[in-house]
Design a binder for this molecule. Structure first.
Ligand SMILES: NC(=O)c1ccc[n+]([C@@H]2O[C@H](COP(=O)([O-])OP(=O)(O)OC[C@H]3O[C@@H](n4cnc5c(N)ncnc54)[C@H](O)[C@@H]3O)[C@@H](O)[C@H]2O)c1
Length: 375
């Protein structure tokens, strides 16, 4: 079943947006036919990754605003791996958004190549952003604000509500998991998936799977940590501890949610741990888990994960977008519960990854079938 396009708008043309847009162009119909490496779903509701089209884009960095979005994704300080360099211009120029709290002050202490450079273009008003979303016929807005951008994330969520768009909240400002916000998306019959991407094979899902293993095998998890280092702007931004509160909650609760018994606060440490410039978009994660097994005998596990951070996130966002479109096609609004639990660290309701996977598959199969029957 082949369908039309999915028209998306993006707020924040950083590394994650770069990997996503590269992926849209990498997964051609031919490549999808050949046997798909790196996708959880070749097709969702009849949509292939290449059916996604960026029709509007917003940023605040001088090297991105005013540039074609397909060039902006390769502008500094973006540093993710380039796996699809050959992307024609889109004709979509990145517009100046509203800065609000999007740029942390400590970024000014680093070189221009590493950090954000505020554009001197005039900020668009909310009414102008809403008008742009409507003019371009965008159907889904992706929020890729830096961690700690509480005002900016809520601002773009308000724009989506006002313009009548579905919303994918890729970062840890709580919007899908905030009841008041979720109810407003429901009232407008607009789908929302969030909060905070749980990457394909990232630190969170790996830590959750091992925590679930301990629980299912009767091993008492006494102590655990997850330390992460990276060299992209996401990690640099997170050096500002004041911006980290929601990220720490999102990451810690994702692990706590699958523990047999809640781990005492002093015995669990999950967090972004340091910025190492030469790592660029490579993220290293170190997990240690200490427990007691049969006969109360101690055991421990240590694990090191090395992964390119942004493609790891894009492999999930490519499905979040298509689930939103499937919901729009079926007239479904509000939080998509299964997809939010499967694709995000901080959904409104936490399920085990097995249950969330089943709920997501049921959502996709059921709604695809409904569309086929309606035809
Ligand atoms: N694996 C992953 O990479 C991963 C996983 C989970 C969540 N996330 C989250 O996704 C978000 C985006 O990550 P990233 O690596 O692309 O970050 P990034 O720093 O590369 O990109 C952020 C972009 O937002 C722009 N921006 C800042 N303030 C803005 C504003 N007010 N309006 C418009 N644009 C603004 C910046 O100029 C930059 O281009 C982060 O919050 C990150 O924590 C990423």
């Amino acid at each position: 079943m082949q369908k039309g396009k999915i028209r998306i708008a993006i707020a924040g043309i950083g590394n994650c947006a770069s990997a996503l847009i590269q992926g849209i162009h990498y997964y051609t119909p031919e490549r999808c036919r050949e046997g798909v490496v790196g996708l959880m779903h070749r097709e969702i509701g009849g949509y292939l990754p290449c059916d996604i089209e960026v029709v509007a884009a917003f940023d605040v960095d001088a090297r991105k605003v005013g540039t074609d979005v397909h060039r902006a994704i390769f502008a500094k300080p973006n540093c993710t791996k380039i796996f699809q360099a050959d992307i024609p211009d889109s004709g979509v120029i990145v517009k100046m958004g509203q800065v609000l709290d999007g740029i942390s002050e400590h970024m000014a202490d680093y070189s221009e190549d590493r950090t954000f450079v505020r554009s001197d273009a005039v900020e668009l008003t909310k009414a102008e952003i809403v008008a742009e979303l409507k003019r371009t016929g965008a159907e889904v807005l992706l929020n890729y604000m830096p961690v700690g951008s509480e005002q900016a994330a809520r601002f773009y969520a308000e724009c989506a509500l006002e313009a009548g768009l579905a919303f994918v909240n890729n970062m840890p400002v709580f919007i899908a998991s905030d009841k008041a916000f979720a109810d407003r998306f429901k009232a407008r019959n607009l789908p929302i998936v969030g909060d905070d991407i749980k990457s394909q094979v990232g630190a969170t899902i790996t830590h959750r799977v091992l925590t679930d293993l301990f629980a299912k095998r009767g091993v008492k998890l006494l102590r655990t940590y997850q330390l992460n280092t990276g060299g992209n702007t996401d990690f640099l931004n997170m050096k500002n501890q004041a911006r980290l509160v929601s990220k720490k909650t999102s990451k810690t609760e994702a692990v706590q949610a699958v523990a047999h018994k809640r781990i005492e606060d002093e015995n669990i440490h999950v967090g972004p741990s340091d910025y190492v410039p030469w790592q660029n978009d490579n993220k290293l994660c170190f997990i240690r888990m200490e427990g007691h097994l049969f006969g109360d005998v101690p055991m421990d596990i240590e694990l090191r994960l090395s992964v390119e951070d942004s493609p790891n996130s894009a492999g999930v966002v490519i499905d979040m977008i298509r689930c939103c479109k499937l919901a729009l096609d079926n007239g479904i609004g509000g939080v998509l519960e299964g997809p939010s639990a499967y694709f995000c660290k901080h959904p409104p309701v936490q399920y085990t990854d097995d249950d969330a996977y089943q709920m997501t598959e049921t959502f996709i199969r059921g709604n695809t079938l409904k569309l086929a029957v309606a035809k």
